[in-house]
Design a protein around this ligand. Sequence first.
Ligand code: ZN
Length: 193
Amino acid sequence: MKFCSECASPVSLRVPEGDNLPRFICDRCGTVHYQNPNMVAGCIAEWQDRILLCKRSIEPRSGLWTLPAGFMENGETTVEAAARETREEACAEVTDLKLYGLFNLPHINQVYLMFRGQLVDGKAAAGPESEEVGLYRREEIPWEQLAFPVIRETLELYYDDDARTDHVVYISDLRRTADRRIEIRRHLKNDDR
Ligand SMILES: [Zn+2]
């Protein structure tokens, strides 16, 4: 950030009084511009024994497969965001959404909230951000062509979880290591798991 969004004057990076991290502060009006993680909401949309996948037609990772997911908009709830992304990317309606997993990606300042839901009528079609969409069985998942590590993590948890009990929410931290691998730490909530 170079300029204040309130008054267009230059900002400088310094620690505000009473704070402990450097922030962009306007040199003229004093506004502190906090930068915080972005929330991403997405959906595992189920239809019988299949789930909905989308082949991305936009960068990053164009041509690779993902679950419908995207940045939340102001003024919407997490469930609304997950349903909207599914509608936008796959022209599909989902219902009965339940939180399935929460994924922390501190190296890119994102938190993913992945829901499980039911496709209303089994219909889907490519939206503007998708080259192709489809309903896939477990053995048909293109594991080598998934767009993001968080999508792989979501699907691995999903297929390892035979019971798919509604009360369990998975939490995983995905971090990029110094040699640019993604290191995953799973926290399994609920004592019986
Ligand atoms: Zn300002």
